[in-house]
Ligand binder design. Structure first.
Ligand SMILES: Nc1ncnc2c1ncn2[C@@H]1O[C@H](COP(=O)(O)OP(=O)(O)OP(=O)(O)O)[C@@H](O)[C@H]1O
Length: 254
């Protein structure tokens, strides 16, 4: 295991003492030309753990997520993901000429993809919309379909790249509940990239801040869910995260 390896962080050791890991990253670097975006990222995600990743715009959050998803190669370092990975992006990325059910079943290698897609659609509350065309869905419905497409793969690691940021506030709250509900039922490891400090605090077990190409800060959130944003324990955590992000106002977003 990781003990004794150089660069093992406190959080890695904690992951070692608990559940097995689904993600192990050591000294990950990524350069685009002259520009170093990731500069020695160490990250562990335990099986079933919900981790949120904050960071200023351009800090490399999506770059890290794309490396974890296997969509981009890193320049250096080690990265291993133990199990199946699924990704949901900010834009639902549904294929417009396939019906919603077919989008969810796309590329699925199981004996009955249609039944699997219908089950996933039922889990996200979209049973009625399986036969619809993606362009007829609302923003929230499209994001649910995108989640169904990720879930149907029964991922060990679910990567969420700002999936709620384009939604209105009410829909976002509904989606938070849905994601927590799905996470509690299936327990994938989750890495949620977000700009929203409160979203991170309401959902995650651990909130990380990416800065200077590394994980510069970690807060653990040991509170039962559902959480309320006015819970007194969240005040200090919020302030620490906002300070880390260089935000001086108390508006809750970076
Ligand atoms: N394919 C690419 N080629 C060149 N530069 C890139 C490429 N992808 C990302 N970058 C650069 O890497 C940096 C980090 O980008 P990334 O999208 O990971 O940031 P982010 O933290 O997700 O930002 P945001 O919060 O604004 O989405 C940016 O400066 C971006 O311009």
């Amino acid at each position: 295991m990781a003990q004794g390896l150089p660069g093992v962080t406190a959080e890695a050791e904690r992951a070692d003492t608990g559940r097995p890991r689904v993600v192990r990253v050591r000294g990950l670097t990524k350069r685009f030309g002259e520009r170093t975006v990731l500069d020695g990222v160490d990250l562990d995600i335990a099986r079933g753990e919900f981790v949120a990743l904050l960071g200023r715009s351009g800090s490399g959050k999506s770059t890290l997520l794309r490396a974890l998803a296997g969509l981009d190669d890193a320049t250096g370092g080690e990265l291993s993901v133990d199990g199946t990975v699924a990704v949901a992006f900010q834009e639902p990325r549904l294929v417009p000429w396939k019906r919603v059910r077919a989008n969810v079943a796309l590329g699925l290698r199981v004996p009955d993809p249609r039944a699997a897609a219908d089950k996933a659609l039922a889990e996200v509350g979209l049973t009625e919309r399986g036969g619809a065309w993606p362009l007829t869905l609302s923003g929230g419905e499209a994001q649910r379909a995108s989640l169904a497409r990720a879930l149907v793969r029964e991922p060990d690691l679910l990567l969420l790249d700002e999936p709620f940021s384009a939604l209105d506030a009410l829909t976002r709250i509904t989606m938070h509940r849905l994601v927590l509900d799905l996470w509690e039922r299936h327990r994938p490891g989750i890495l949620l990239v977000t700009h929203d400090v409160d979203e991170a605090l309401l959902l995650a077990d651990r909130v990380l801040v990416l800065d200077g190409g590394r994980i510069a800060h970690e807060s653990r959130v040991d509170l039962d869910r559902p959480r309320h944003r006015d819970h007194p324990d969240l005040t200090a955590l919020r302030a620490a995260l906002l300070a880390q992000l260089g935000v001086t106002t108390d508006e809750g977003t970076a």
